[in-house]
Design a protein around this ligand. Sequence first.
Ligand code: FAD
Length: 623
Amino acid sequence: MKAFHVKHYDVAVIGGGHAGAEAADAAARRGARTALITPDLGRIGEMSCNPAIGGVGKGHLVREIDALGGVMGLAADAAGIQFRLLNRRKGPAVRGPRAQCDRQLYRIAVQRRLAAREGLDLIAGEAIDLDLDRVDRIVVRLADDTTFVAGAVVLTTGTFLRGCIHIGEESFSAGRIGEKASVRLADRIAEMDLPLGRLKTGTPPRLDGRSIDFSQTVSQPGDDAPELFSQLSEGVAVRQVDCHISRTTEQTHEVIRTNLHRSAVYGEQVVGVGPRYCPSIEDKVVRFEDRTSHQIFLEPEGLDDDTVYPNGISTSLPKEIQASFVATIPGLESVRILQPGYAIEYDFVDPRSLSIDLAARVCARLFLAGQINGTTGYEEAAAQGLVAGTNAAALALGLPTLNLGRDQAYAGVLVDDLTRSGASEPYRMFTSRAEYRLMLRCDNADQRLTPLGRELGLVGDHRWEVFERKTSDLRHGKMQLERLTATATELRGAGISAAQDGCERSAWALMGRSDVDDAALESVWPEVRLIDDAVLEQLQIDARYAQYEERQRRDAESLRRSEAQPLPPDIDYSALSGLSGELREKLDAARPSNLGQASRIEGMTPAALTLLLIHAKRKRDAA
Ligand code: FAD
């Protein structure tokens, strides 16, 4: 490799999407001299698909990123033009904050934050080559021959590796619409012994809002009391707007059905597997044959932008067919399409080839994060970016690593799922993926993670002060509630059931009961009214979940005791007698780092785990 203008960094991050932005910011927050390399600095933080952040499961990830001092929550709050708490009527564990964002304001917020970050250089360029041959560094070469030497590299190239866009029968190479695919880097990665696969995703046509007849649609306002993402945000930053809802019609489905053979995803052109949970309108019409209508959310892309994103009709039909089916949707009869919908197919790296810190097994200095690891979604990408950037800095500077457990964070579930089971289809976060979800709520993300973030150098002084203040308010609030006690007779007088066992009950103990509401508590103890509303609400959730949390914590601890048992990376599973052929194959593919990971491999048995434990111990004793 020829070396022109060699520049040295602790960490180099390749890609300026959601994973890249978090990775670079996290590495720099830890004190690593960091470079973020991406072709167009003006597109850092670009939302490739719809301009919305959060939702159920995804909102949990954003709160966790924020709790660890990350970028996404603050940027979404700065750019949010409509905030809604999804699943509001369900329990707090499965509620998800979501914000419709102004696409441009979001980018600006991310770019401002990164530009101001000390120790972080933003460099315009396309990485085309990585030299992994040295033990102590990686050499990165750009298309203009600039060369970087870094102690660790984080690769976050999203959908760009050999990206190929399909619109009907038309196909062309691109990373996303209007941007070049990354072909030379993809060729280089293919030579690296990293297992590659092909995935696909799609996006709907963008509409000109001035040509929509909104009177034919139902308007959907945001929440009266918006729930923001960041602990540091004090209120909405910009004007709030409504979204609108329309629906496909039988006529829409007819147009789509008649032209299915012309859809890229239904033709022979696309081989990659698509996201099951974000299906194209073609998929929906075929899969849900008997449904005569599907909901479409008409989401504005910004305050000074007339573009509307029709959420729910992602498609890869030819442009003229897109125009004809869109015109059958109420309100869109005369709509102008600004940009056609398309499908994109791209290379991804099988994340089972990464260890739990997101470093590639073929090279401990190379970290991968985001859609390149088979996920879909900004939040999933950002959470991985934060983990990979933190750990890249750890490797370069000799600092402690960030390994989140499944009982600690959704980000822990995400990384564990990916590195253990891989991604046979684009991976998206759901609350159902987290077995400890009663503990991992959006409302307690800061309590769970901010102290750890502070320890690792990810959380700055201001956030820490805010956290300490909140923690102290909660502690005092709880103490007050514990001090307020009443006899069974007094409680019964206020309509609260209580056994006549001679024991007094505290307001705190009663708060955990779902049959006792604020009004009942206040009628027994008027002092409760003096506690700040937000503090009281948080304490009520904490009290209600305390019993479940205790049980989940015990389960998690017993699992953690076995999780701690490391498994040597070089175990020859094929030679381990006593394991079934299927388990040998699965263990060989997953290469779990410890017994806990092994225990979650599909089909694993207690007997096989004992065998692994004995084998690992023998190997350690022999070493
Ligand atoms: P990206 O946001 O793609 O960022 C990659 C970055 O790497 C870019 O800045 C790029 O310029 C840079 N880069 C690439 N190659 C190089 C190189 N060689 N050198 C330097 N820099 C490089 N998600 C959903 O949840 N739901 C959806 O419905 C959905 N639909 C989508 C539809 C489309 C068409 C696309 C493209 C994406 C869609 N997504 C969807 C996915 C979502 O956009 C991504 O998951 C998310 O943006 C991934 O973030 P990332 O940081 O991994 O990658």
